[in-house]
Design a protein around this ligand. Structure first.
Ligand code: SR1
Ligand code: MG
Length: 420
């Protein structure tokens, strides 16, 4: 069927033409459809049979432009093919944290998938101050499994190279190259400076050679280091969760890139939530300390759990003695390489986390955690602190020896006054 953009009114008739979807419903005349997409890129519909809430699916369609800007920003519909493939590949290695795909239509740039009925976008829950007790337990294996099983540490070299080529996603990567790694630092056209952000804080990003050089290194790694298949946009708006379950959604930015980009993206968003919650918790009449401690502890546990599980998968894979570096003649070299590899991923994680934090303050597409703070002074304070933390993380990414040192630094710099 040639492409046409669907609406809540036209979707039921389209679904009725799809045998695998038709059989999920017993009354196709009684479908309620609501468009719920609140992301920047696509349209999302929830379809439910009236009187049978268990008969429900989620439909996501990519239109040939960027949703949050409109038709003036054309964007390839190929992103839906990328997303569907990523959902299949991530679902194959981590089914408990990836929504099931029921049907995909490449020409219509559309996917029909599992509806997550009792789950909420994580960012919105965090803004409301909800604790997700399983979040770190779930995100760590998600990251470890998706990154390990798509890497050269697991795949045969020819299979991996073919996978890199098949996952090419140049248009969406270009968005990230511009919005995360270029425009925030060169006063680019897409920037949106917050009203209260002091000029000197912006200059610190844009006229500070050590920082520009470090961001350049991260951009180069993003563009060249095809280490593993990434989600590519793993912020807290790309996760749906409740107290028991966690699902990672929306991998339309997926491509083969540096592992630390996914880990760093998620941790960065927890740090931004941490900064926002000083004000948000007080505003809600609560002591901010316990919730903020949970956020930082979660960030630390996600890195520690990721590292532990990634290494366990790697050691298990090489248990027969065949290691990535070749025969381990002294019995210690394979472990030495693993330790060096994890130090590299850790430094990348911090560098990418920093870039993600900086772009969310001065660039297009802000995070509601901070941008939604209505008290102007409190918002500005969170923004200035975010930039200070980001600068420290990126400049000292190779010197910061542990995630515990990182969260200590976030707590310290996250308590600094506006004027320093
Ligand atoms: C132009 S799209 C803006 C942002 O939304 C997505 O979630 C990505 O983070 C992208 O950079
Ligand atoms: Mg998205």
């Amino acid at each position: 069927m040639p492409f046409r953009a669907l609406t809540a009114a036209t979707l039921p008739a389209y679904l009725a033409t799809l045998p695998p979807i038709r059989e999920r419903f017993t009354d196709l005349e009684a479908l309620d459809v609501v468009e719920v997409g609140d992301g920047n890129v696509n349209f999302v519909f929830l379809v439910t049979q009236r009187g049978a809430p268990e008969r429900t699916v989620c439909v996501k369609q990519a239109v040939p432009y960027l949703r949050c800007v409109g038709e003036s920003w054309p964007l390839t519909r190929h992103r839906m093919d990328v997303e569907v493939r990523a959902l299949h590949e991530f679902g194959a290695v981590c089914p408990q944290h990836v929504p099931a795909v029921y049907f995909a239509d490449s020409e219509m740039s559309l996917v029909v998938m599992q509806r997550l009925c009792s789950h909420r976008i994580l960012r919105l829950g965090l803004i409301d101050g909800l604790v997700y007790p399983r979040m770190a337990d779930h995100l760590s294996p998600y990251l470890a499994r998706t990154l390990f099983f798509t890497s050269d540490l697991y795949l045969a070299p020819d299979v991996k190279k073919a996978a890199v080529a098949a996952a090419s996603n140049p248009e969406l990567c270009k968005i990230t190259e511009d919005l995360v790694f270029t425009h925030p630092y060169d006063d680019g056209p897409s920037n949106a400076y917050p009203p209260g952000l002091p000029r000197r804080a912006i200059d610190r990003l844009q006229r500070h050679p050590p920082l520009r050089a470090a961001v350049g290194e991260m951009k180069y790694a993003f563009m060249t280091a095809a280490e593993a298949r990434l989600h590519g946009d793993l912020h807290t708006g790309s996760v749906m969760a409740n107290a028991e379950e966690t699902f990672v959604i929306d991998p339309e930015f997926s491509f083969y890139g540096p592992m630390g980009f996914d880990v760093g993206a998620f941790i960065a968003n927890l740090f931004l939530a941490y900064l926002a919650q000083e004000h948000r918790q007080r505003e809600a009449g609560r002591d901010p300390a316990p919730y903020r401690e949970w956020l930082l502890e979660s960030a630390a546990q996600i890195w520690e759990g990721f590292e532990r599980e990634f290494l366990a998968l790697w050691r298990e894979h090489e248990a027969d003695g065949a290691s990535f570096i070749g025969r381990d003649l002294d019995g210690a070299s394979a472990e030495a390489f693993r330790a060096a590899f994890m130090r590299h991923v850790f430094a990348d994680t911090l560098g990418f986390a920093a870039c993600k934090m900086m772009r969310r303050i001065v660039g297009l597409a802000k995070v509601a955690d901070i941008a939604g703070i209505t008290d102007a002074a409190a918002r500005t304070l969170a923004e200035v602190r975010a930039l200070r933390i980001a600068e420290h993380l990126i400049l000292d990414r190779r010197a910061l020896g542990s995630i515990r040192a990182v969260v200590d630094a976030v707590a310290r710099l996250g308590a600094t006054p506006l004027e320093e």
